[in-house]
Structure formats: C-alpha cells, structure tokens
Design a protein around this ligand. Structure first.
Ligand code: KGT
Length: 267
C-alpha cells in the first residue's frame, strides 16, 4: 500500500482506487466478520490519515463494514477526499452467492447484508458512480448511474475469481464503458490469497470509447495502472453519439432522467 501510494503521488495521481478486500482478505469462513469495524473504526482512520498526508483521494472498494448490531457486515466502497474526510459510502447491493463452474462455491450473503442505495459523488476527476465487483454483471445499475444520476466515471473495485475473470472481466468492463459512455476504473485483487482463494487481477482503466488506457496485466503481482480522465474527451464522445437523447425512456420505464443531476461534475 505504501509503495503504490508513493508511486501514485509521484505520478501526480489525484484519485487512487484500491480493490475489494483492500485491507483484509479472509481464509476461513466468518473471519471477515470478526475483523469488521464500523466506519469510525481504526482501520479506516489509518486510511484517512494516508489520504490526508498524501493529499490524494482514495476509493476504497470492499471494506468490511460492521453493521450497527454487529451480526453482519456490509461490503462497502468508501470514498475519502484529499483531507481524509469520508465523502461517500456505497454498500454493495448484489451479493455473490455463486457456484463457480470449475471454481469455488461462494455464499457472500452468509455474513454480508446487501445495501440498497445507489451512490454518486463529485470529485476533482468528475462525478463518480460507486459500485463493487459482482455488481458489474447488472447493467441496470450502471445505466441508472449514468442516465439518471449523470455519472462520468464508474468505479468497480473487485476480487473476481480466476475462472470468471478469465471468461468475463474485460468484456463486461468494456461493455459498461461503451454503453454508458463513461470512464471505468476497475481496481482488482490479483493472485493466490490462500488455499481456497485466487483472484484474476488485470486492474484497468477504460475510456468512454471502450479503449483500455492502462492495465496491470501481470496477473500475479501488484502494481499501478495510471490514466488521465479527460472530461472534454468524454463530452465529445457523448455529443457525437447522443445516446442519452436517443434512449426510449418512455419504453424502458425503469430508467428515468432526473434533471437535478444534469449539471456536472468536476469540483
Ligand atoms: O468475500 C470476500 O472476502 C470479499 N468479497 C468478494 O470477494 C466478493 C464476494 S464473495 N466477490 C465477488 O463479488 C466476485 C464476483 C465474481 O467473481 C464474478 O462476478 O464473476
């Protein structure tokens, strides 16, 4: 963490995104619940201090946030500003209860409670839409973040399984970027964590045309993918192909334009 943070600061990075399980990845069932803390606990305070010292925004995907009654956790994506203040907290709404073909059987809902709200936040790199990992498979969420809440940059911090990552990771991320005309920033866990868990890796940043601008393609190691978010380029893509105007809101029904979110964006 310190190494990548130092590298990021040296590279002039304004916002650094860390993957799901950035502070802890469990090897035994229920372990995550035993280390879970509320948002004002010491784990997050440490990251707040790092953000403050480094004057950098941090997107912390997949924090094990203890629910108020202590019985479960939320899989939370927290956004810290460059003063270390918590700006937003998104709680993962789709839980991964899946028997992965040729991979593990995972039942996230056993210890995790699902969130129920979409979250966007204005930052120096544009208006962010916060999501986590398995959410990536549910395009309605991204459609609403873009067409209802006017997101410009979609964040998908993840710990994709090796099997599903190899089959679906890049195609899903690029599809979300193209169909929303948003930047996509997808931080990713990589490599073998323990006997049972292995993550696919391949963190990447994608532009609104679907081009992969930067990636950590060595699946076995950690690293930093750095790219520029250019909102002029984003607006040019949107103006030339105005899908937000061509959308048949009248037919879809479930995706309504909320004009209060129309105004952008970068702080
Ligand atoms: O349990 C933890 O420690 C942290 N949470 C995760 O790793 C989550 C839930 S098990 N993983 C995913 O959502 C993988 C999705 C995925 O791989 C896919 O959609 O293909």
């Amino acid at each position: 963490m310190d190494i990548s943070l130092g590298e990021a600061v040296a590279a002039g990075v304004k916002l650094l995104s860390l993957p799901e399980c950035f502070s802890f990845i469990g090897s035994r069932e229920g372990e995550a619940l035993s280390i879970a803390e509320p948002l004002d606990g010491s784990i997050l305070q440490g990251y707040q201090e790092l953000a403050r010292q480094s004057k950098i925004w941090l997107s912390l995907g997949g924090f094990q946030e203890k629910c108020p009654d202590g019985s479960r956790l939320f899989n939370s994506h927290i956004l810290l500003d460059d003063l270390g203040t918590i700006q937003s907290c998104y709680r993962k709404i789709h839980l991964f209860d899946v028997d992965v073909p040729g991979g593990p059987v995972l039942k996230e809902s056993k210890f995790t409670a699902a969130g129920s709200e979409m979250v966007v936040a204005n930052t120096p790199v544009g208006r962010l839409g916060l999501t986590v990992c398995y959410d990536l498979r549910f395009p309605e969420l991204y459609q609403r973040l873009r067409f209802e809440k006017n997101a410009e940059v979609l964040l998908v911090p993840s710990a994709f399984t090796k099997v599903t990552g190899a089959a679906h990771w890049e195609v899903l991320l690029r599809a979300r970027a193209v169909e929303t005309q948003c930047y996509v920033i997808a931080a990713a866990q990589a490599g073998k964590h323990n006997e049972k868990r292995e993550s696919y890796g391949d963190a990447m940043v994608i532009d609104p045309w679907g081009t992969v601008l930067a990636r950590c393609s060595d699946h076995l190691c950690t690293g930093l993918a750095v790219a520029e978010i250019n909102l002029d380029a984003l607006n040019s893509v949107r103006m030339r192909m105005p899908i937000s105007e061509h959308r048949r809101y009248d037919i879809y029904g479930y995706v309504q334009r909320d004009m209060s979110y129309e105004k952008s964006s970068a702080l």
